[in-house]
Design a protein around this ligand. Structure first.
Ligand code: PPE
Length: 308
């Protein structure tokens, strides 16, 4: 089923949301985007998870690339809710994109028009249905994350995902579900489309945001969920071998949600299945997003009106 897409300010049928071949973004990767989920919660019905934080990150990503987004934060939020409502979907994945359109070729994009769209679609479990319970098999990627003085990792930019695609294709072609990248110094960074948590002796560890990672909104949510459950979370420089001797490992992301990892480079992680702390965190996460037990104020009901 194809849903209407909010395109430069209004809803248009799926087939009319087209982009010109001379768009700057197609030639030079000059787009910024988000991935957001709307859940059909038990308590509140359809609700968007951390809408404001995602839209703020979109605006921040655009700012880094000197793109002036022609819409305010509130307009983008309202447009998201409107697009979901029009689709009739109870739950969906939301993909807002801001990009440089037509305006001549050349690396300098300043004169290219900034355009925006918000699409909604169905997206199931990112790393497979079974993954949530049994975990995934991953390897350490031979491609690294970008160095901090090359591409800004705090911007969720289209071009960054060329690196992610290399990592993901390499993992899948080698029989793994995902690849974990190290940063330029060789410390653990993140997956091609997820942040990573390492649990050792009851403490959660994850790469600091200065390690060329995308500081995920799910990662931030897990900080709070873990604290609620009484666990300590540390941002830390983790050497590769910390993955091999971890008690538990899991990925976080909008698409990946909270996905356990059962092996890395064919080293079994802990007992080789979803660990007990991961299970608790996953349960608490789904209690919020599926149950609608919104104790942190992270859910925006689809029927809600947007206020500043
Ligand atoms: N790191 C990367 C590189 C990344 O792409 C994502 C999200 C995250 C971490 C987690 O961020 P957050 O969603 O805010 O918790 N990746 C998005 C796109 C995946 C795709 O294949 O497309 C997502 O999960 O929506």
């Amino acid at each position: 089923m194809q849903h209407d897409i909010w395109f430069n300010g209004k809803l248009v049928p799926h087939e009319n949301a087209t982009v010109h071949v001379l768009s700057h973004a197609l030639h030079y990767g000059s787009s910024v985007f988000e991935g957001i989920r709307c859940y059909n919660t038990e308590k509140m019905g359809p609700a968007v998870f951390r809408l404001r934080e995602h839209m703020q990150r979109l605006i921040d990503s655009a700012k880094i690339y000197r793109m002036e987004v022609p819409y305010s934060l509130e307009e983008l939020e309202a447009a998201t809710l409107q697009t979901i409502e029009a689709s009739g979907m109870q739950s969906c994945y939301i993909r807002p994109v801001v990009y440089r359109g037509e305006g001549g070729l050349g690396v300098n994009p300043i004169k290219n028009k900034v355009e925006a769209f918000i699409a909604v679609l169905n997206w199931g479990k990112y790393l497979g249905d079974e993954a949530m319970e049994n975990g995934v098999n991953v390897h350490v990627a031979s491609w690294s994350r970008m160095a901090p003085n090359t591409f800004p990792s705090l911007a969720k930019a289209g071009g960054n995902y060329l690196n992610a695609s290399l990592v993901k294709m390499d993992a899948v072609l080698n029989g793994y579900e995902e690849g974990i990248m190290l940063n330029r110094e060789g410390y653990v960074a993140e997956g091609s489309g997820e942040n990573l948590f390492v649990i050792k002796n009851g403490v959660l560890h994850t790469a600091p945001s200065a390690f060329s990672i995308l500081p995920g909104i799910t990662r931030d949510s897990v900080f709070k969920i873990a604290n609620d459950l009484g666990y300590e979370v540390k941002e830390a420089a983790l050497p590769r071998e910390a993955l091999y001797i971890a008690d538990e490992l899991f990925f976080t992301g909008t698409a990946a949600e909270v996905t356990p990892i059962r092996s890395v480079d064919k080293y079994k992680v802990g007992s080789g299945t979803r660990g007990p702390i991961t299970t608790q965190i996953q349960k608490a996460f789904f209690d919020i997003v599926e149950g609608g037990n919104d104790k942190h104020g992270w859910l925006t009901p689809v029927g809600a009106s947007v206020t500043a």
